[in-house]
Every structure is written in structure tokens, then in C-alpha cells.
Design a protein around this ligand. Structure first.
Ligand code: TRP
Length: 439
């Protein structure tokens, strides 16, 4: 084991829950339902499932397999293939760091709304309230620091005593809360209409663009391409056989949360005749408005923000862990120092992302404010670039069959073909689409 004073996961379940925690995040709860609705509901779902279990699965297994075989952080693992490939791991770490910067800003907002929902009537969570809160210079940042502190605290405690232990509490809790909210949604007037809208396949909406949205969503949601699974794979107990089923379970859990999120949100939207929108507006304005009119709505609101908090926190934990593993490998820093130093760095990094909603909203880079610029660079450029380069490095220079992720030679040969041709081609297409070169 490359990291000092720590063992890896105590069991496969530890890996599954921690990795699912990384994958399950705001991408499932606020992005997926929206994308599904606009791309043909059930038809999109079908396409999404096929993509996940072919290309998504290939990338998750590839990354986990790299970590499992080389047992090192992303940079050093890639160096095992070829000294010059270390930069591929670095691309991932840079992407993760940027994502952590803006994700923690949203994490801070969520914490604030949790406190707000517990202490104020939710009908006060209006558009104006949201605007005035996020544009303040200091308060949102204080919540961001609090959120980063919570994340760092868990990572500080170690892989087994921190990440694994907390994931084992937080992930089941997340499922219970989500399930509760889905059941609550079922009993709303017009719930059936909402579910029908979400699940009813509309194949006329499927076209080549849908395919790109599907892939983009799959990569973001699984958090592949950034070395997360390399890092978590390196902590898997060594065994005769690579635990291929664990990778499949992570994907299944991630998908389950996305589908449940749609089942929670659509009935609510339909029974209140609101329109579906993505991102911050949905979770900080539209949904609170709906909860406010429920009987016991404030309880529902609090539960909802706890759910978001858990989803975001288990994702940021994995982001810090990737970098901590790297800092340890590269500079020999002990976990404690690496966590503290990196967390402080991230607080500084979060400042421009937070101020992008207020003081610095006029500062633009290529026409984007800081926040959107960070999101675009990390999610649309670095993430596909990292995934693509990993496929090329392993597929063409190492031979994916040598990772021996499957028990049978035949399966390994098919996997090697996927890594060599299909997966990189798909990632490249997503990238080209994200750059807007197809329009
Ligand atoms: N998968 C996360 C979500 O659905 C988002 C994400 C993208 C992520 N890249 C990541 C999480 C890297 C952790 C690490 O919200």
C-alpha cells in the first residue's frame, strides 16, 4: 500500500459504498431528472442504461483495475505503464481540484439552506432570497469553509476509520431519506402524471444529440476520468480475483439514485404545475416553493437538504482523497498534513467561485464567470481528456487484457477491445460535442 499509516478498505462493501458515495452527487439529484425529461423520458432512460453498462462500465472497471493492479495514486499508477504517462494522472487531479472548488461553494449553499429550512418557513426561500444570499461576499464563503471542514475532517481520519466508516452510515441514510421523499411524492395529487412524464418513452426525441447528452451525463455522474476509481481501487484488498461485481454495484447504485431522484421530483413539479428547470434554481427555489405548500413541508424541506448535504459530502470526500493520496506519493506528506494543506488551498480556490455570484460577477474569462469557467474546463474538457488518455494509455500501450479484470480470457479480450476502440471513440465524441463543434 502506497499510503502510510492506513490499511485500505476493510471489505468490498466499504469500497462499494465509498465509491457509490463519490458517484452519487448533485449530478444525480439536480442534473439527471432535468436531462431525462428533455430527452424523451423513458426512451432516454433506456439509452442511459445501455450507455452506463457498456461504456460507463468499461471506464469504471478500467480505472479501478489500474488502481487495483498498480496499487498507487493516479499519477504513479500511470507512470507504471510508462514514465511519461504520469501527466494523465495529473490531468485528473487538476480536474478534481477545480471541481472541488466550485462543488464546495454549492455544498456551502446547501448547508445554509439546511439551517434556513430548520429555522424559517420555507415560503421565505424565494428567488430574491436566493439571489441576495449567494451574492453576499462573506456569508456563503463561511458556509463553504464549514463544508470543506466537514469533508476534510472525515478524510483526515483515514481510509478505513474515516471514509469507509462514514460512508457506511451516510449512504444507507441517504437511501432511506430519498426513499421517504419518493413515497411522499407518490401521495401528491397528479403524481401519476409526473411519473408518466418521467418514464413514458418518447422515441421521437431521441437523436444523435441525445446520445451525447447521455454519455456526458454518464461520465459526470460516475465521476470517471479523474482518477477517483484508481485511488479507490488501490485500496481494495488484494485477492486472487478482481472484484468485478463491486464495480457493477457502484454503477447500479448510482443509477438507482438518479431514477429515484426523478421519481421524487416529477410528481412534485406536476402537482404544482411548475416547470422543470435544472441546477440551482430547481433545488434552491422551485422545490422549496413546493415543500412550503405541503402539510409538514418544513420537515420535508429539512430532510431534502440533509439528503443533498450527504450526497455532496460523500462526493467531495473522494475528491480530497485523490489529491491526498497523490500528495503523499509525490512529497511523502503524511495524511494529516496533506489534508490540512490541501483543504486550505481549496478554501482559497473557492473564493473566486463564490464571488462569481456577487462582487465579481462581471469578471469574465472567455465570456464565462469564474464559476461557469471552472465547471466548463473541468467537466467538459479535463474530464473527457482524462478518460480518453487513460483508455489510450492502457488500451494501446499496455494492453487492457493484462489488467486481468475478468476471470475468463475471452471476457478480458472483449474488455481490451472496448478500452482500445469503443470507449475512447465515445469519449472523444462527447468532448467534440461539449466543445460545440457539432452544432
Ligand atoms: N459524480 C458526481 C455527481 O454526480 C460529480 C463528480 C464529477 C465528481 N466528478 C467528480 C464527484 C469527481 C467526485 C469526484 O455529482
Amino acid at each position: 500500500m502506497d499510503n502510510n499509516n492506513q490499511a485500505g478498505w476493510s471489505s468490498k462493501i466499504g469500497f462499494i459504498l465509498a465509491a457509490a458515495g463519490s458517484a452519487v452527487g448533485l449530478g444525480n439529484l439536480w442534473r439527471f431528472p432535468y436531462i431525462a425529461a428533455y430527452n424523451g423520458g423513458g426512451a432516454f432512460l433506456l439509452l442511459y442504461l445501455i450507455t452506463l453498462f457498456t461504456i460507463g462500465f468499461t471506464l469504471v472497471v478500467l480505472e479501478t483495475g489500474i488502481g487495483y493492479r498498480f496499487r498507487k495514486n493516479p499519477v504513479d499508477s500511470m507512470k507504471q505503464i510508462n514514465k511519461r504517462f504520469g501527466f494523465i494522472g495529473s490531468v485528473g487531479i487538476i480536474a478534481v481540484t477545480i471541481i472541488l472548488g466550485f462543488y464546495s461553494v454549492v455544498g456551502g449553499w446547501i448547508m445554509h439552506y439546511l439551517v434556513f429550512a430548520a429555522s424559517h418557513p420555507l415560503s421565505n426561500a424565494t428567488q430574491e432570497y436566493f439571489q441576495s444570499f449567494v451574492s453576499r461576499p462573506v456569508l456563503p464563503l463561511l458556509y463553504t469553509v464549514l463544508f470543506l471542514f466537514a469533508t476534510a475532517f472525515i478524510v483526515y481520519r483515514g481510509v478505513q476509520e474515516g471514509i469507509e466508516k462514514y460512508s457506511k452510515i451516510m449512504m444507507p441514510l441517504l437511501f432511506v431519506l430519498l426513499f421517504g421523499l419518493v413515497v411522499r411524492s407518490f401521495f401528491l395529487p397528479n403524481a401519476a402524471e409526473g411519473l408518466k412524464y418521467f418514464f413514458k418513452p418518447d422515441f421521437s426525441k431521441i437523436n444523435s444529440m441525445t446520445f451525447f447528452s447521455t454519455l456526458g451525463q454518464a461520465f459526470f455522474s460516475l465521476s470517471v476520468g479523474m482518477g477517483i476509481f484508481i485511488t479507490y481501487g488501490a485500496y481494495l484488498p488484494e485477492d486472487k480475483k478482481f472484484p468485478i461485481g463491486s464495480s457493477a454495484s457502484v454503477i447500479a447504485l448510482d443509477t438507482l439514485v438518479s431514477v429515484l431522484a426523478g421519481m421524487m421530483i416529477f410528481p412534485a413539479i406536476f402537482s404544482f404545475n411548475l416547470s422543470m428547470n435544472a441546477g440551482p434554481t430547481l433545488i434552491f427555489i422551485t422545490l422549496p416553493k413546493i415543500f412550503a405548500s405541503f402539510p409538514f413541508g418544513s420537515i420535508v424541506g429539512v430532510v431534502f437538504f440533509i439528503l443533498l448535504f450527504l450526497a455532496a459530502l460523500t462526493s467531495t470526500i473522494s475528491m480530497i482523497e485523490v489529491s491526498v493520496a497523490y500528495l503523499h506519493g509525490k512529497y511523502g506528506l503524511p495524511r494529516s498534513k496533506a489534508v490540512i494543506g490541501y483543504a486550505i488551498f481549496c478554501v482559497v480556490l473557492a473564493v473566486p467561485f463564490s464571488l462569481a455570484f456577487g462582487l465579481w460577477s462581471d469578471v469574465k474569462i472567455f465570456g464565462y464567470n469564474f464559476f461557469d469557467f471552472g465547471d466548463t474546463v473541468a467537466s467538459n474538457i479535463l474530464l473527457p481528456a482524462g478518460g480518453f488518455l487513460m483508455c489510450v494509455a492502457v488500451g494501446w500501450f499496455y494492453g487492457a487484457e493484462k489488467l486481468r479484470v475478468f476471470a475468463s480470457d475471452k471476457a478480458n479480450a472483449v474488455f481490451a477491445l472496448m478500452v482500445k476502440y469503443l470507449a475512447p471513440a465515445a469519449v472523444l465524441l462527447v468532448f467534440i460535442d461539449a466543445m460545440g463543434w457539432l452544432k
